[in-house]
Design a protein around this ligand. Structure first.
Ligand code: SF4
Length: 420
C-alpha cells in the first residue's frame, strides 16, 4: 500500500530530480515517447498510447521513482555529462521551480502522479530541407531523399513505420493542445512552419484563457515565404513571450552546404523582415550547430553576428546525423582546430566588451575543440560506419566536403578510418 503523501521526503531537492517526467510531454517527430527531447526514448509500445495512458505507465513511474531515490535514470545520461556546458535538466527545473510544491503534493510513493502537464514539446516530421546534420527521423524531405535509393530491408521497414504512425500522433497533439492549460509550448520539427495547420493551431491557442501567460518557443529554419512570415508574426503578438531560435550553421554558401535546400540569402532577408516588424514580445536568437565546415568561415560568421547585433546560441554537433560523419568537428586534425581557434581567439580578444559578450557562448564551445579529440574505439567505429554509409548510398557528393581544403585537415580518410 502507498505511504501517505506527507511522509515522502522532499525529493525535489535530490540532484537527480528533474521536473520533466512530471510536467512535460514530449514525442519525437516519429512519435517516440521520451521524458524530454534529449532523453533516450522509452519503449516503442508507448508510441501509440495517449498521454493519459503514458503518464502513469510502468516506465514513467520507474523513471520518476529513480529520481525520487536519488538516481539519474540511464535514459537521462546526457544530463549527467554534457559536452556543451549546458545541463538541460537545470533549465527545466528553473522554469518549473514554482511547481515543486504541487509535484510533492501529487506524487505517490510508487511514482504515480495526479498532475496535468504544463510544458508541451510539439514536433512533426514535415520539413522542407535536408540538413546534412539531420536524418529521416526528423525530416520528411530526408525521408523522400532516402526513399529514392536502394536501402536495407530493415531501414525500409523503419521508413514505413515512420510514415504509418503520423496520423495517430497528429490527432493526439490536436487533442492534448486543447485539453490542458499550457504554460510553455515548444514548436520544433522537422520545420514547424511547414505544418499546414500551424497558423490554425496558433489561432486556436490565442482564444484560450491561458494565452496571455503562454510562452512559445520555436526552432525554425526560417526558409519560408514572406506572406506566411507576416501572418505568423501577427499571430505571435498575442502571447506572453515568443522565443524564436533560427537555425543557421554557418555563413553564406557554407550554411547552404550544411543545411541543404536552405538559402542563406533568403534567411537573411527574412531576418531583416522580422527585426523590422517584430512584435515587442519576440526574442530572436541565432541557433548555431558547430560542424567541421564552420571552422572555415568562423570569422565571416562572427562578423555577421556582430554587424546585425544578433543574440547567439552555439552548440557543437554531437550526433552523427544520418550521413553527416564528415561534419563532426572531431574529424578535423587537432593541429588544424588549434590553429583556427588561436587565430579566432586572438581576434576575439581585440573586441569590445559588448561584442565579446555577444560571442561569449561561441567562445566557450570553441575552447572545447582546442583540447585533444575524444576518439575512443567505439567512436572510431561509429565514424567509420557512418562514412561508409555515406559512400554506399551516394547521397552526398563527398567532394562538397573536401573541396574547401578539408581533405588535408581531416584525421579521417575517405574510407572512414580514423588516424589519431
Ligand atoms: S534529466 Fe535531463 S534528460 Fe532526463 S528528463 Fe530531465 S532534462 Fe531530460
Amino acid at each position: 500500500m502507498n505511504k501517505p503523501k506527507e511522509v515522502l521526503k522532499d525529493f525535489t531537492k535530490n540532484s537527480s530530480f528533474c521536473a520533466a517526467p512530471w510536467l512535460h510531454y514530449y514525442r519525437s517527430p516519429i512519435g517516440e515517447v521520451a521524458a524530454c527531447c534529449i532523453s533516450d526514448p522509452l519503449s516503442p509500445q508507448l508510441k501509440l498510447k495517449t498521454f493519459e495512458e503514458i503518464i502513469n505507465s510502468e516506465e514513467y513511474k520507474k523513471l520518476r521513482l529513480q529520481m525520487m531515490n536519488g538516481v539519474l535514470p540511464k535514459e537521462c545520461h546526457l544530463c549527467e555529462k554534457s559536452n556543451n556546458n549546458i545541463i538541460y535538466k537545470d533549465n527545466v527545473n528553473e522554469f518549473l521551480e514554482g511547481m515543486k510544491p504541487k509535484i510533492l503534493e501529487n506524487t505517490l510513493d510508487d511514482g504515480t502522479i495526479n498532475l496535468d502537464p504544463v510544458f508541451l514539446d510539439f514536433r512533426f516530421l514535415d520539413c522542407n530541407i535536408t540538413c546534412n546534420t539531420c536524418n529521416p527521423d526528423y525530416s520528411s524531405s530526408w525521408l523522400k531523399k532516402i526513399n529514392k535509393v536502394e536501402s536495407s530491408e530493415a531501414y525500409n521497414l523503419k521508413l514505413q513505420e515512420n510514415l504509418q504512425d503520423t496520423s495517430f500522433f497528429e490527432d493526439e497533439y490536436s487533442r492534448v493542445i486543447n485539453n490542458f492549460q499550457w504554460q510553455r509550448i515548444y514548436f520544433a520539427g522537422g520545420e514547424p512552419l511547414m505544418k499546414k495547420n500551424h497558423l490554425k493551431i496558433l489561432e486556436e491557442l490565442k482564444e484560450k484563457p491561458f494565452h496571455a501567460d503562454l510562452k512559445i518557443f520555436y526552432n525554425t529554419n526560417l526558409s519560408i515565404g514572406k506572406t506566411l512570415l507576416k501572418n505568423w508574426l501577427e499571430l505571435l503578438a498575442h502571447f506572453k513571450e515568443v522565443h524564436l531560435n533560427v537555425s543557421i550553421d554557418s555563413f553564406g554558401k557554407f550554411n547552404d552546404l550544411i543545411r541543404e535546400g536552405s538559402s542563406f540569402e533568403k534567411i537573411c532577408s527574412n531576418l531583416d523582415f522580422i527585426v523590422f516588424h517584430k512584435p515587442s514580445n519576440l526574442n530572436l536568437k541565432i541557433d548555431l550547430t558547430i560542424t567541421s565546415l564552420f571552422f572555415y568561415n568562423i570569422f565571416e560568421f562572427s562578423e555577421w553576428i556582430l554587424k546585425n547585433k544578433y543574440s547567439l546560441n552555439a552548440r557543437a554537433m554531437n550526433e552523427f546525423g544520418y550521413l553527416g560523419a564528415f561534419l563532426r568537428p572531431e574529424v578535423l586534425k587537432i593541429s588544424f582546430r588549434k590553429k583556427v581557434f588561436l587565430q579566432w581567439s586572438e581576434w576575439y580578444c581585440t573586441l569590445g566588451l559588448e561584442d565579446q559578450d555577444r560571442l561569449k557562448n561561441l567562445f566557450e564551445v570553441m575552447t572545447m575543440f582546442h583540447a585533444e579529440p575524444e576518439f575512443n574505439e567505439d567512436m572510431k567505429k561509429e565514424v567509420q560506419k557512418h562514412i561508409q554509409e555515406t559512400l554506399k548510398y551516394e547521397l552526398i557528393d563527398l567532394n562538397h566536403f573536401i573541396k574547401f581544403n578539408m581533405k588535408q585537415d581531416l584525421c579521417v580518410d575517405i574510407n572512414g578510418i580514423v588516424n589519431v
